[in-house]
Design a protein around this ligand. Sequence first.
Ligand code: DX5
Ligand code: ZN
Length: 233
Amino acid sequence: MDKRAVKLAPSILAADFARLGEQVAEAARAGADRIHVDVMDGHFVPNLSMGPAIVASLRPLTQLPLETHLMVTSPDLFLDAFVSAGSDSLLVHWEANNNLHRTVQRVKALGKRVGVVINPATPASALEEILQDLDQVLVMTVNPGFGHQGFIDTTVPKIRRLREMIDAIKPDCDLEVDGGIDADTAPLVAEAGANVLVAGTAIFGDQCPILDPSGLLAERPGGHRHRSASSRA
Ligand code: DX5
Ligand code: ZN
């Protein structure tokens, strides 16, 4: 496995919203490095989730960075609102943006970390020209819109290609993955070069009462918990 330190970003999409503050505090105590906030607009993805009010509610409750994953068709419309609410980083989709460079520069001008997200069918090469401006690249390992989906194995070689690109062009850029990350898939993506793992169900799901985040990678004695990649949906 790659020796770089791997960070964990629990996604509150899978949390119990009736006790969101407590769940974020539990994730922080368990060792989360940042909190991942999934924003869905019902257009870019076929689901609705949360807006700036959730970020504003969480802001006084945690010292952890709040990263905001904007699954919306017009991210530019919402950048200021999320920054005002307390977001520390804004992640915008390559597929949702005709003027990505402008959006990226706008986030930087707001003084926040900026990331670009690519869907499973979008190639690593799409980021070649913008990579030098980014703090984070987020590779979707499921199609965005819902938690608790099966990890898409074909994203692993793409993660490997992005690791090479990042090491060559912007070594301090985070390479983050999102979707279907659990104790079986975390080692695959970490080995491919991801250094930040988003996980919702594996942290907050009913069967996983706040897993120690580091457990996602630690539970790999000799790899025997590791299902074969082709066995997953
Ligand atoms: C999917 C979201 C993910 C999701 C991950 O559109 O971007 O952050 O919550 O959930 P799990 O870990 O359950 O796949
Ligand atoms: Zn997400």
